[in-house]
Design a protein around this ligand. Structure first.
Ligand code: ADP
Ligand code: ASP
Ligand code: MG
Length: 456
């Protein structure tokens, strides 16, 4: 048994083509402690499969399937011993095609089954590549271990079952093997395929790390580290060397796509150190996410979450009466609408709902919900908003913080502010079309102009 056990996850861009896969294989071959390798579908594949599920037109479905075939076949073309793997890939694609044609309509369960092919294909090809460099590389089916409930599209993992199965089925193989498995996908106890939600491979890897009590969880992606903000929005965003679990969890929950929002929960439960690095440039220093950091700056990073909806509820009944908020939340709970931020005044309440692709359906303000709310309140809704979060330490207890923050945004209409509820963030809503500019202004003022204290 190795001294250290590491779980390493490689994302979609890391699996994009044969060259990218070879780079990931190099990273694994250099470190025998990496015992479980979790891979995503090749980049763009889950989107393609989603489009197939949504398409109502036969020829369009066929065209999308062909695109999927040529994409994977092109990767096989670049492999040395391609015959065997090409056969496996073709068999999987034929199975997918047969599954799709056997369905008149696609249920949420069918969609999970269809999406699972993305990770099953990439992991099959990647195992072949890794076997050239690592003698004991072995493909294993995530669905034998990742047991979840049957909430298709965003299944809830069963932590105890996952631990039991990972320890029973996978741990004994570590002596002679390096296991390659699929992120994102799981199965109910009855063997029905499920998925953990978009971007869920990070979460899968964290759950496996927890299950086998790994020492380190590694997330290899297309950026070299967790940055002070999304480097696509701010060109001079800086890589962060070390960040605490609490800060990184807030960053991911508030929109930093580099980590799926649930990833750190298992790591925090088992105190597993997390490393984020670039599979393209593994030599660049990445980010360590740890329980306690050496420096604790007030503002470490800034995140942006798009597609937020603001629900404003107003009623004079609220004035000096009890039970109004309970009634409001009772209605929202009845329709399973999940609320993120809340601010209240004497006679009105503002709530934010996440309405991005993942949550739009769940948090839909249907005519039924609105009618029920309107029996006791005036209601109005603002859409196309973004949530900006300043993430760091002790923000709730730092005097003189909000002046400079909102002073820098004098020309911006700010719709809702949450400050003081969490020591790790200050967040507010702005219009979607101003959100990137807001991040740029704040990054320049609070991060670029400072010393390195945020990134150490
Ligand atoms: P993967 O396919 O490896 O899972 P993702 O695309 O899901 O990769 O996540 C990586 C992306 O996250 C980066 O390309 C970057 O644009 C985005 N991102 C958003 N916020 C941050 C941040 N604070 N630090 C680093 N990357 C970020
Ligand atoms: N392939 C899935 C997705 O694109 C899961 C992941 O990449 O993490 O959402
Ligand atoms: Mg991701």
């Amino acid at each position: 048994m190795p001294d250290l056990i590491k779980v390493a996850k490689f994302g979609g861009t890391s699996m994009a083509n044969a060259e990218a896969m070879h780079r990931c294989a190099e990273i694994i071959a250099k470190d025998p402690d990496k015992k479980i390798i979790v891979v995503s579908a090749t980049s763009g594949t889950t989107n393609l499969l989603t489009q197939i599920c949504e398409s109502q037109v036969g020829v369009e479905k066929d065209a999308l399937l062909n695109e999927l075939r040529s994409k994977h076949s092109a990767i096989c073309d670049d492999l040395k011993n391609s015959n065997e793997v090409r056969l496996r890939v073709t068999t999987l694609l034929d199975e997918l095609e047969a599954y799709i044609s056997s369905r008149k309509t696609i249920t949420a369960g069918d969609q999970d089954e269809i999406l699972s092919f993305g990770e099953r294909l990439s992991s099959t090809i990647f195992t072949n590549i890794l076997q050239e460099k690592v003698a004991g590389a072995k493909w294993v089916d995530a669905r034998e271990v990742m047991i979840t409930d049957d909430t298709h599209g965003s299944a809830e993992p069963n932590i105890d079952q996952i631990a039991k199965r990972a320890k029973g089925k996978w741990l004994p193989l570590f002596k002679n093997h390096c296991l390659i498995t699929q992120g994102f996908i799981g199965s109910t106890e009855n063997g029905v395929t499920t998925t953990l939600g978009r971007g869920g491979s990070d979460y899968s890897a964290a759950l496996y790390a927890e299950a086998i009590e790994a020492d380190v969880l590694e997330i290899w992606t297309d950026v070299s580290a967790v940055y002070t903000t999304d480097p696509r929005i701010v060109k001079d965003a800086r890589p962060i060397t070390e960040i605490s679990f609490d800060e990184a969890a807030e960053l991911s929950v508030f929109g930093a796509k580099v980590l799926h929002p649930a990833t750190l929960k298992p790591a925090i439960r088992k105190r597993i150190k997390v490393y984020v690095g670039s599979s393209m440039n593994p030599e660049l220093p990445g980010t360590w996410i740890v329980k306690e950091t050496k420096s604790n700056p007030v503002i470490r990073a800034i995140s942006l979450r798009r597609k937020q909806t603001l629900l404003n509820v107003h009623s004079l009944d609220m004035l000096h009466r009890s039970g109004y908020l309970a009634r409001l939340f009772e209605v929202l709970a009845k329709y399973k609408i999940s609320v993120d931020l809340v601010t209240t005044s004497e006679v009105s309440v503002s709530l934010t709902l996440d309405t991005d692709i993942q949550s739009a359906e769940k948090n839909k303000l249907t005519p039924e919900v609105l009618a029920e709310l309107r029996t006791f309140s005036d209601v109005n809704i603002d859409r196309d908003l973004s949530l900006i979060a300043l993430v760091g330490n002790n923000l709730h207890a730092t005097a003189g913080l909000s002046g400079p923050v909102f002073g820098a945004l004098q020309d911006i209409n700010i719709r809702l502010i949450c400050h003081g509820a969490s020591s790790h963030n200050l967040c507010f809503l702005v219009k979607e079309d101003q959100a990137e500019e807001v991040v740029q202004i704040l990054h320049k003022k609070f991060i670029t102009s400072k010393t390195n204290e945020t990134t150490e």
